[in-house]
Design a protein around this ligand. Structure first.
Ligand code: PFF
Length: 449
């Protein structure tokens, strides 16, 4: 057995885990979901679901992970009380591994676009017009090459291991991400049209708050944003020191992720309305606001083009920001299957990373070559159907299958006296009944809507 990795400090863990949580989902998913779903009304529903349902699911994964000090499959098997629950643990753990590999395979495509657009700015500044137009055009060759480039970066970091790879890059990249984001917000807010964007974001349209589609969208967004249901937070939890206070880091993580999503809204929505003020179309053919990856690679570059030379620098900063956000998330995705193969089959980390990274790249390239057919399908299956359902099982494992004293012992490790806190008093009822039923209710809506 190789020695297991461990994060060197709370800061190191927080940078790595918030690096996983904060990603493309925060920068394009959250703001555009908010804009199309009633602005601040969506933000409020999101806050409620993120802290009411996603945070408990996050705690479930962190607690199981730190307790088991192992990957999701083994961890869940270890909590089983008989052959039935053991089989359930295997299925849920493996389903998480498949899901996270699918997420990585579509995420790497968008990550590749971000890299291409980041390189476009220096190319056009240097007057390399043909390179620049190749980088900007949505071609299968460009997408395939940059997909592989992005996967290559992910693989190189994961190869280096928990401390030397994941933690080191999280510590470097996350503070830069915040710096670039703040600079961009300040700049964009000075431009004409930014106010309308702020209003679309921050003035609630309560008529939309109760629409069923909004709740489903907000819950999906919250689970995707906190990287839940697929064993990512579980494996990061397994690298967390036993001296750490789990409830504190859980709150901090949910708080960091949500704050970042909120901040990204202060950039993206004003930027869209600045683009509108500059004559860029921000609504699609059906009259809905441009959203998703399309927004990032159509509306925003058009905005940067209207800003002359400054626009090239802003574009560079923006796409570097997106690439960093994507990379710190993709490494956490690859870590899940890699840890499983290393721990369960005794393969070396090098081999496992190369093998799984290679396999995911192949799946990802298959999506690139059949984009129209596969992209939306894989996104929907993995993020809307699989993630919330698997999260529900993690919660069930903690609340129903694992003995309550086991959970308490794990929480007590970094937090003496946790049994006297309000958190622990509410926890059992909340985790057994309220949380699973609420997730189930939203899930049923998703299926029958
Ligand atoms: N949380 C990431 C984002 O918001 O972009 C996406 C993600 C990362 C999903 C890791 C799942 C995962 F395991």
């Amino acid at each position: 057995m190789t020695a297991r990795g461990e994060f060197s400090s709370r800061f190191g863990f927080l940078m790595a885990a918030s690096g996983s949580a904060i990603g493309l989902g925060n920068v394009w998913g959250f703001p555009t979901n908010a804009a199309s779903n009633g602005g601040a009304a969506f933000v409020l529903v999101y806050l409620l679901l993120a802290f009411g349902l996603a945070h408990p699911a996050l705690m479930a994964e962190l607690i199981i992970g730190r307790h088991a000090r192992s990957n999701a499959v083994r961890a869940l098997q270890g909590l089983a009380t008989g052959p039935g629950t053991r089989r359930l643990g295997t299925v849920v753990g493996l389903a998480g591994i498949v899901t996270v590999s699918l997420i990585l395979s579509f995420y790497a495509i968008i990550g590749g676009w971000m890299l291409a657009w980041a390189l476009n700015a220096p190319a056009s500044l240097l007057g390399l017009t043909s390179v620049s137009s190749w980088l900007r055009a949505d071609s299968v060759t460009r997408n395939a090459l940059f997909d592989v480039f992005f996967m290559g970066l992910t693989i190189v970091i994961v190869l280096a291991g928990v401390r030397q790879g994941i933690e080191k890059w999280g510590r470097r990249l996350m503070p830069s991400l915040l710096g670039i984001l703040l600079m961009l917000i300040v700049y964009v807010l000075t431009l004409e049209g930014a106010r309308e964007g702020l209003a679309a974001y921050l003035v609630p349209d309560f008529s939309k708050a109760l629409e069923p589609g909004l709740i489903v969208a907000a819950l999906g967004q919250a689970f995707f944003s906190l990287s839940l249901g697929v064993g990512t937070m579980l494996i990061y939890g397994s690298y967390l020191s036993p001296r750490e206070n789990l409830s504190t880091v859980g709150w901090m993580l949910a708080g960091l992720d949500t704050s970042f999503a909120f901040l990204a809204g202060l950039l993206v929505l004003p930027a869209m309305y600045v683009a509108l003020a500059n004559g860029v179309e921000i609504y699609d053919a059906s009259g809905a606001l441009a959203a998703g990856p399309g927004l990032i690679v159509s509306v925003l570059p058009a905005l940067f083009d209207t800003m002359g030379l400054a626009g090239q620098f802003v574009a560079f900063a923006f796409f570097v920001l997106m690439s960093i956000a994507a990379l710190t998330s993709s490494i956490s995705m690859l870590e899940v299957p890699v840890a499983y193969v290393v721990e369960s089959f005794g393969m070396t980390r090098r081999r496992a990373t190369a093998l799984i990274g290679g396999l995911v790249s192949l799946v990802s390239l298959t999506i690139v070559f059949n984009f129209g057919l596969l992209f939306d399908l894989v996104v929907t299956l993995a993020t809307e159907y699989s993630q919330p359902l698997l999260s529900l099982f993690f919660v069930i494992f903690v609340a129903w299958i694992w003995h309550r004293n086991g959970v308490l012992e794990e929480l007590q490790k970094g937090h003496a006296g946790v049994e006297n806190t309000l958190f622990w008093r509410i926890w059992p009822v909340y985790m057994r009944f309220i949380c699973p039923l609420a997730i189930l209710a939203v899930y049923v809506q998703l299926i029958f809507l």
